[in-house]
Design a protein around this ligand. Structure first.
Ligand code: GTP
Ligand code: MG
Length: 664
């Protein structure tokens, strides 16, 4: 039915073409718009408008070619794909769908398509439907899906619906061999040709009896079995019905695939200080409409105020130390020159000395903190001391101390952010901003798990274009942050992690020259934790994403401190041009080279232990875009591994339809 004078494309798969959904005429990019006009029913030749589509093309409704996206703007494409999917002429004609032998009426079809759990990919054809359990299949075949039960569509189910020959019945239908096999392996007594009554939740009883005998899908193992036999299970997990747990991550992933699970769990792990809680908070701010609740903010406020005093305390301690050192040096010099003046010491000023008033406050504060009484001065005294805190922070001695912060082991880089704003932060009605919370330490519990459920917000371009894209944005993720301390030898949570989809392991790149309290290099500590996790049996089958974090700090540090400071990085030997500048003429910077080197180090280490490929992403947790990119990479990896599982599943189902494979 293609229009005259337009050049129809021959079916060459290498030339892009757009196809009329009705008559299959193919058009190239220079003809398609003339041939199809304004497309009020989607992609149809002008002369085909109003005609029903070719049913074999139903699956491509709303999925447009790249060609059309090039020719039209986003909005137009969106609009056309929408009408293509929803216009009346393109709807599945109800009478083409037979359920339990009866053609559907339009309202029955609507009921079927709009129920909570509709049949997937409904096409014209004959289906059977067990209204009690929701089991659904093609006429003459084993069940294919479990849809919403109790829909008033089609006729009553017949015993022969699935062409079973087992003399065992479920809700009046003689079941197939694979189903019988599944029942037997699930522990259901099938001797004596029983007739079962199975409900939507999988609870079953023998016909004529009142007591529930059990739950067919109650055991996780049954679901696995169903996966292997290509039998459906209810889409909502009812595994609570029984305490059975599976203990293999491998079987778990098949299960997850089978349950078409929409919640993907991502485990966020890293050594203390690596940045896991910053990433966690960043995700909250990025993906939650209300990242922190009112009372959460109230708690966080007190945490931040306490932190400010803590940072100040560290600085004051450092100041004392530096002052003593300076005095020591001076004394040594002085005693050489003027041996006789014994009491000079008391009046000597150093770079690190402070006036008597501030000194008194400093002494009192350090004493209070040493006694663990900091809580006592909160929150009432906050306002009173704020000016003193401010004054101390501005004092030359404290600034000089701050310059040497790398020698004050525990002082975090965010200390100055809060101390700069001490006056605001220490007032009683201070309200922490999202940024304050992001920077604040101690907000995410350091002893318990923290969970965050979220989905990636849909970008405008994704909306409505492709229904499968649309589904992506409905996918929900759960980010679980595990405190590093909890992951030691006998991690109490480890069993909870078996249904996790992937592990995101965070390493702080700027740790390469840092040592822990016992003198171990922190990068080596990170490597050790990484090793223990990637080799843990529970994580064996999982994908890993390594986030190499604090890229901003690395960039700055690696210019001053050689990466070889860490013994694992001995062979870092970059060829960098002498005249490095910000622009660098497209050559990688030292920071980039260092990141790349570490990524390779970890990748090799990972594959030497697991034989698998490690995904790596460079990250700056304080930058939302960076965290967004890293977490989206995690999502892509999950999707990708799901696809792999699909491929492996379809191999399974190929075998399982082979009667010899599973018949007894
Ligand atoms: N400059 C910079 N600082 C970062 C980055 N990521 C985290 N930090 C800071 O590093 C410190 C530690 O980060 P956290 O997120 O608290 O680390 P953690 O993994 O939760 O560590 P624990 O709380 O000790 O378990 C905080 O002060 C963060 O603000 C980053 O990419 N760049
Ligand atoms: Mg933290």
């Amino acid at each position: 039915m293609g229009l005259m004078g337009l050049h129809k494309v021959k079916g060459n798969r290498f030339t892009e073409k757009e196809v009329c959904l009705v008559c299959d005429a193919k058009y190239c990019s220079s003809c398609v718009l003339r041939a199809m006009g304004s497309m009020p029913e989607g992609r149809k030749c002008v002369s085909c408008i109003g005609c029903p589509i070719d049913e074999s093309k139903r699956g491509s409704l709303g999925k447009c070619s790249r060609m059309l996206k090039r020719l039209l703007n986003d909005l137009e494409v969106k609009q056309i794909m929408k009408t293509e999917r929803f216009c009346e002429a393109n709807q599945l004609p109800a009478e083409y769908v037979y359920v339990n032998g009866q053609p559907l009426y339009p309202d029955e079809l609507v009921a079927l398509q709009t129920c909570a759990n509709p049949p997937k990919k409904l096409k014209p054809g004959d289906y059977w439907y067990d209204k009690v359990s929701g089991l659904w299949g093609k006429e003459g075949e084993k069940p294919y899906q479990i849809i919403s039960p109790h829909l008033n569509v089609g006729g009553p189910i017949s015993a022969e619906a699935s062409n079973g020959n087992t003399q065992v019945f479920i809700n009046g239908r003689e079941i197939t061999k694979v189903e019988l096999r599944m029942l037997q392996l699930a522990g259901v007594q099938c001797a004596g040709n029983p007739h079962f009554w199975v409900n939507e939740d999988g609870s079953y009883q023998e016909e004529g009896q009142k007591n529930t005998k059990g739950y067919i899908w109650g055991k996780a193992g049954t679901k696995l079995l169903c996966a292997v036999l290509s039998l459906p299970v209810p889409s909502k997990s009812i595994s609570n019905a029984s305490g059975d747990q599976l203990h293999s991550a491998n079987s778990r992933s098949i299960l997850d695939h089978l349950e078409h699970r929409t919640l993907q769990k991502i485990l966020l792990v890293g050594n203390s200080g690596s940045g896991t809680s910053t990433i966690f908070k960043q995700a909250k701010i990025l993906y939650k409409d209300i990242p922190f609740l009112e009372d959460e903010r109230e708690n966080i406020k007190v945490i931040i105020q306490t932190n400010v005093y803590g940072y100040l305390g560290m600085l004051l301690e450092g100041r004392e130390r530096f002052e003593e050192e300076a005095l020591g040096v001076m004394n040594a010099k002085q005693s050489l020159i003027e041996d006789e003046e014994g009491d000079a010491k008391t009046n000597v000023k150093t770079l690190y000395s402070i006036g008597p008033r501030l000194k008194a406050f400093s002494d009192w504060l350090l004493k209070t903190m040493a006694a663990g009484n900091l809580g006592v001065i909160f929150p009432a005294a906050s306002r009173e001391y704020a000016p003193l805190v401010e004054e101390l922070w501005r004092d030359a001695a404290i600034q000089a101390t701050y310059k040497r912060r790398s020698e004050l082991g525990l002082l975090p880089s965010v200390a100055s952010y809060f101390l700069e704003r001490a006056i605001d932060v220490l007032t009683p009605d201070y309200e922490p901003s999202d940024l304050d919370i992001l920077y604040a330490e101690g907000v995410t519990s350091s002893s318990g798990l923290a969970c965050l459920d979220f989905s990636f917000p849909q970008t405008a371009a994704e909306e409505n274009l492709d229904p499968s894209d649309h589904l992506d944005s409905l996918l929900r993720y759960q980010l679980i942050r595990v405190p590093s301390r909890g992951l030691g030898e006998n991690c109490k949570w480890i069993d909870m992690f078996e249904d996790v989809g992937m592990v995101v392991f965070v390493v702080s790149m700027s740790d390469y020259d840092q040592v822990s309290e016992d003198g171990t290099n922190k990068m080596l500590l990170a490597k050790k934790l990484f090793e223990s996790i990637i080799t843990h049996p529970i994580f064996e089958q999982m994908d890993f994403l390594l986030i190499l974090n604090k890229y901003d700090l690395l960039e700055e540090k690696v210019e001053r401190v050689p990466l070889t400071r860490c013994e694992w990085f001995q062979d870092f030997n970059p060829v960098v041009s002498r005249h490095r500048s910000n622009n660098n003429n497209g050559n990688p910077t030292l920071g980039q080279l260092a990141f790349h080197y570490m990524a390779v180090k970890f990748k090799r280490f990972y594959s030497s232990l697991t034989g698998k490929k490690l995904f790596v992403s460079s990250n700056k947790s304080l930058d939302p875009n960076s965290v967004d990119a890293s977490l989206k990479l995690a999502m892509e990896i999950l999707k990708w591994s799901e696809e792999r599982a699909n491929i492996c599943m379809s191999e399974y189902s190929m075998y399982s339809t082979e009667p010899s494979s599973f018949s007894n």
